[in-house]
Write a protein that binds this ligand. Sequence first.
Ligand code: NZQ
Ligand code: ZN
Length: 385
Amino acid sequence: MLNFELYNPTKLVFGKGQIEKLGTLIPAGAKILLAYGGGSIFKNGIHQQAIDNLKGFEIVEFGGIEANPHFETLMKAVEIIKEQNIDFILAVGGGSVIDGVKFISAAVHFDGNPIDILQKHILIKENVVPFGTILTLPATGSEMNSGSVVTIASTQEKLAFGGSALFPQFSICDPTVIQSLPKRQLQNGVVDAYTHVMEQYLTYPHEGYLQDRIAEGILQTLIEVGPKVVETPEDYALASNFMWSCTMALNGLIQKGVPNDWATHMIGHELTALYGIDHARTLAIIGPNLYRVMFETKKEKLAQYGKRIFNLSGTEDEIATQAIEKTVAFFHTMGMKTLLSENAENFEKTADFIVDRFEKRGWKALGEKQNITLEKVKDIVLMSY
Ligand code: NZQ
Ligand code: ZN
């Protein structure tokens, strides 16, 4: 097993009715920026629940953080925080609102132009505005990790950043919040979390036996509850297992001591930046083709995955091949359309565009073995058309 350090200071408050604890989790006397998205929290009553449990706090509201949050929008919140001396941010929303709040938190005291946080991948280790979250959409794991993805609308760039100072102080995860989610978002959540596990698991055989078993447990749970939770999100057993699986998929635990890939995400982010395709749907398009193109590198792990998750038998190559097809079939069950042509128009130049961008950014060797070269990226994207 590789050496590792595990640090995760987020206090996770999980379960039905836990939003009631909100007032006890925020420092007394704090002036709060309550940040949210396009307004779903008004329709499902979560905004009211938050307000009811923040009696005695001074609150300034900031709404309109869009899905795949924009740098331009977030900078408006940065100004409000500076003008109004706000000292705590509460994110109420899905990954986009939480990621947006991470950027706001980092940008307020940033010494320099905050766009550099994104374009120069600056690690944020200190000087942030503290924040907590109420999660409304299980998917990204952002409620318990220190990463974020923000889009610069003016340049159509979707860029990841993070750092040890960007863990939420607390996250309230009440599984009943998923009842108001559109089917499409529930499907997205399952596939995003599934792919997070795959990025950290589907590499090559290693000595992290426990990490593999935990990863496989999350995959099996998502396969078991995913199709059902989309139909009956009011079923608490399904909702709670779905939500906890999504958090566990990307709270840092399963990636410790093992190789990681993340190339599906890096390519997928470009598809969202270019065509606005939902994040999870980009992963369903790219992931299986990445496994196909990188078959020789990944086949041992694909075979382990095929045996343990889908009970497949045969030669290593046969199991590995079938395991990819089973993954695609699961994504189809979850309502994904796995071709770029089914998700976007005028996409013919995508492969060249992405390769060119990666080249300019110096991203010439991706994946757990740094062997996903620009040629491989091109093959993966072309295969996805
Ligand atoms: O904006 P509102 O009106 O709130 O509506 C949202 C939005 O339209 C809606 N929604 C959220 N909770 C709801 C609800 N509707 C009804 N009832 C509820 N309870 O759902 C829509 C999508 O929300 P969004 O936050 O965009 O979805 P998600 O949680 O999937 O987040 C996606 C973003 O997270 C990034 C993605 O790239 C993308 O920008 N990611 C962040 C990661 C991280 N920080 O670790 C890792 C991921 O791989 C991912 O890249
Ligand atoms: Zn993701």
